[in-house]
Design a binder for this molecule. Structure first.
Ligand code: PEP
Ligand code: MG
Length: 839
């Protein structure tokens, strides 16, 4: 191990620096000091002989690094070096790093087994952290770097190291960086990641992302700790899987960054083309403001910390809901940004910074949090790559979300009576995820680049957008007409009649193009040998129907009715529900619709329905368990669904009803009995419904797979919910990043459950489909086909790819593939097999 020598004019200072470093590395690194001179009258000074003795006391063939304060300390060190034998001199380095920071960084690096060169590089880059925190230019010394924040735990373990090349199109950007941090966080080992002499704590999303790793660059990952080999193996595996990002995942298109130029003509602005399409309409200015955060001193750190933690927890719940909603609207790849937001909000680096501020300055949580967020955002802004700079907006977005909870202020509304063009200074991903694609014709922002996540979401939602158009947008009045070309970045302020007509014509042409592109996905899905498989969409409410159809949905295989119950003060009435269900029926125009009864509890709490605090909400009072105990909630819903099952003239509307979270035959029978009660009530009231409405259930508990043969005789269909089925089969919380590897639907155990379900359904002559996330993965399509599923329901944006996959397989081919896959013994084996078989 490399030894360290601290040379200072003051014995006390040298001693103090050693003490600090030893505390950091728990005495594991040999550190000697040479402080002051032996003159009681004049103790301040440096002595070459003392320096030499110190070097000798820690010398080994691994080398010694000498750190000095200033002036004569350097001379003394140089002289000491000359006194030593020449072969030893080659193993000693004098270091220009600042004494305190350099010694700390060198000690940590020495402890993790770094070579003399690595220890020197770490020490020399030690000022980078301070400079970045203070937002100053990072000092140009060889090997500038940020040392890992977490002081490595004392350990005798040998460091494990691996060098990886990042092939992702946009480098280690938010999504792959999040996957990297999630993987690293599963291990106890201290894991550092380095690029060009910069080092980051692999468990901190902010540090990993601010390394700014781009495509083609190589990173060095070092792990020290009891499970370091497993950690390195898992990271290597992740890298082999492209850091969890499919090659063709919708990473931001390389949209040309157009600098804001002088408007080509008066009355026009030029911004950055961020989402293609043309829009013309009245302006709605969106200018949300947070109250100014006032710094207050004299606060109790523990109480402020507690307040912050509560706000962070509430924010995490918001982000999970937002992730689910965005996955519905725009697909899970786009929704993954909110997973990265969850990591940012829990980042150990950020949390430690705030805790330190609270303790040292006794200030209010709002002030400390805001400062820490701003420092983190600045670190992103200091990077020279525009894509990584754009991540500052994500940090501020999450930061403001927490601040809103701390300050008790809610997000301003985006509702309006007629379609509009949204004008804002900047849009956060959270703002964009709330947009109603029906209402928002276009988006124009003063700031932002085409790679911001708000731009990515706008593209996924199909809303034309121009960003970075400059501050003149702030002067545009609400209601003023605006034209936007999201392909060229042009904006027309108050276009005249001719311009409006041209824009309108261009909009229509663009819409026609869109329609044609989607037409291919409109054709029905059938296999290469002509077997019809229904490809349907999962929706959360009436607003999602048009989007679903535009992606080629042949119906709705899962209407998650809980979204009607969220974001309100009380449960929706029967009439309100009926109206929503009828709206969906009308939108689907006789296409099949499966309405799932309320599935609250677990990760979907409802503030106004007191579900109580539960230790294990996923194993608690959720879904059908709750509904069976709450007829006052359940019966109105069943009545509403029944009434929606017929059109106004009483003819069947192609509606099916599905129960979630059934675990036993008894529960199913009780749910059906409640449905029968609803039927009888409606009959007595003379209200119409479809007496033959199909009734099915979700297969999402392992218990139901075990008794699928019994259940199959009581229902008309099964729909497999792999999200819950996987978490219950694998005993791995679907939202817990630490067990994400277990919670994968490609686990052989889960695949066998799917097969058993399909066999039971076939034996009982009922059909079986799937509405869990696995259905949206085109890699799984031939497998599910081969297992005998005849309906697949998914987030709408996945439909075209799944239809394409279906068309490439014949049923016998898919059956042969399924038989092979069922014989495989791991997720990796299954995935590799399916990858290799992909047509
Ligand atoms: C499932 O569990 O797979 C499912 C589709 O239901 P949800 O995701 O709504 O729990
Ligand atoms: Mg479920």
């Amino acid at each position: 191990m490399v030894g360290l020598v601290v040379v200072s004019h003051s014995a006390t200072l040298a001693q103090g620096v050693r003490e600090l470093a030893e505390q950091m590395v728990q005495g594991q690194v040999p550190i000697a000091i040479a402080g002051g001179i032996d003159d009681p009258e004049q103790p301040i000074g440096t002595d070459p002989m003392k320096v030499m003795a110190a070097i000798e006391s820690v010398y080994s063939d691994d080398g010694v690094l000498v750190l000095m304060d200033l002036g004569s300390a350097l001379l003394s060190a140089e002289m000491a070096l000359e006194f030593l034998p020449e072969d030893q001199q080659l193993n000693i380095r004098l270091c220009a790093a600042p004494l305190v920071e350099g010694t700390m960084a060198a000690a940590v690096q020495a402890m993790v087994g770094g070579s003399l060169a690595q220890v020197l590089t770490e020490a020399e880059g030690a000022l980078a952290v301070k400079a970045e925190q203070l937002n100053l230019p990072v000092p140009q010394v060889a090997g500038t770097q940020i040392p890992p924040t977490a002081a490595a735990a004392p350990t005798d373990e040998k460091p494990e190291e691996i060098s990886l090349t990042v092939n992702n199109k946009m480098g280690l950007h938010a999504r792959p960086a999040a996957n990297f941090v999630q993987t690293a966080s599963k291990f106890q080992a201290e894991i550092a990641v380095r690029k060009n002499g910069k080092t980051a704590n692999a468990k901190s999303i902010n540090q990993v992302a601010t390394l700014g790793v781009r495509q083609g660059e190589t990173i060095l990952v070092t792990a020290v700790g009891p499970d370091s080999s497993q950690a390195i193996a898992a990271i290597q595996q992740l890298a082999a899987e492209n850091f969890g990002e499919a090659e063709d995942d919708s990473v931001p298109e390389p949209v040309v960054e157009t600098a804001v130029t002088q408007p080509a003509e008066p009355g026009q602005l030029q911004g950055v083309a961020a989402s293609p399409g043309i829009a013309l309409g009245p302006v709605l200015q969106y200018r949300p403001k947070l109250p100014t955060v006032v710094r207050e001193e004299g606060r109790v750190p523990e109480a402020e910390w507690q307040r912050l933690q509560t706000a962070v927890q509430t924010t995490l719940t918001d982000l999970k809901t937002l992730q689910q909603q965005t996955a519905q609207q725009a697909g899970s790849a786009e929704a993954a940004i909110f997973e990265a937001h969850q990591l940012i909000v829990q980042d150990p680096d950020l949390q430690t910074a705030v805790q330190t501020m609270l303790e040292a300055e006794k200030i209010n949580a709002e002030a400390a949090w805001q400062k820490a967020i701003e420092q983190t955002a600045q670190r992103f802004l200091n990077l020279d790559d525009p894509y990584f700079q754009a991540r500052a907006a994500d940090v501020r977005d999450v930061g403001n979300r927490v601040l809103r909870h701390l300050l008790g202020v809610s997000m301003p509304s985006l509702a309006a009576e007629r379609p509009y063009i949204l004008v804002a200074a900047d849009l956060t991903p959270s703002d964009t995820a709330r947009l109603d694609a029906e209402l928002v014709l276009g988006i124009c922002t003063e700031l932002g680049g085409a790679t911001a996540h708000s731009a990515i979401l706008a593209r996924a939602l199909g809303i034309p957008a121009v960003v970075g158009a400059g501050s003149q947008l702030a002067d545009v009045a609400d209601g003023q007409l605006l034209g936007v070309d999201g392909r060229t970045g042009q904006i027309w302020l108050d276009p005249n009649e001719t311009q409006s007509a041209e824009l309108q014509a261009a909009r229509e042409a663009w819409q026609a193009e869109q329609q044609a592109a989607k037409a291919a996905s409109q054709a029905i899905a059938e296999t290469a040998d002509g077997v019809r498989i229904e490809v349907a969409a999962n929706i959360g409410g009436p607003n999602d129907v048009d989007v679903a159809l535009s992606y080629g949905a042949e119906g709705v295989g899962l209407f998650r009715t809980e979204f009607l119950f969220l974001d309100r003060q009380e449960a929706p009435s029967e009439a309100e529900q009926l109206a929503a269900y009828q709206q969906v029926v009308a939108g689907l125009q006789q296409r099949p619709l499966i309405i799932r009864t309320l599935d609250v509890g677990g990760d979907k709490p409802l503030p106004y329905l007191d579900l109580g605090e539960e230790e294990n909400p996923f194993l608690g009072w959720r879904g059908i368990r709750f509904c069976l105990d709450m007829p006052e909630i359940f019966l109105p819903q069943l009545r509403a669904i029944l009434q929606a099952s017929v059109l106004a003239d009483g003819t069947p509307a192609n509606v099916k009803l599905m129960f979630p979270m059934i675990g036993t035959l008894d529960e199913l029978r009780r749910a059906k009995a409640m449905l029968q009660t609803a039927r009888e009530q409606l009959l007595a009231e003379g209200k119409l419904f479809d007496p033959n409405m199909a009734v099915g259930m979700m297969i999402e508990l392992p218990s139901t797979v075990a008794i699928a043969d019994l259940l199959a005789t009581e229902v008309d269909f099964f729909s497999i919910g792999t999200n819950d089925l996987t978490q219950y089969v694998m005993a791995a919380d679907r939202g817990n990043a630490n067990v994400a590897e277990l919670a994968q639907a490609f686990q052989p155990a889960v695949l066998r459950m799917i097969q058993q379900t399909a066999v039971a359904a076939q034996n009982a002559n009922i059909w079986v489909g799937m509405c869990g996330e696995l259905a949206s993965n085109p890699l799984a399509t031939p497998l599910l086909l081969g297992l005998g599923l005849t309906e697949l329901s998914m987030a709408a944006p996945s439909i075209p790819a799944v239809k394409t996959a279906l068309r490439r397989w014949s049923l016998p081919e898919a059956e042969a593939l399924a038989a092979e896959v069922l014989g495989l013994d791991s997720v990796t084996a299954v995935q590799s097999y399916l990858e290799a078989a992909r047509k």
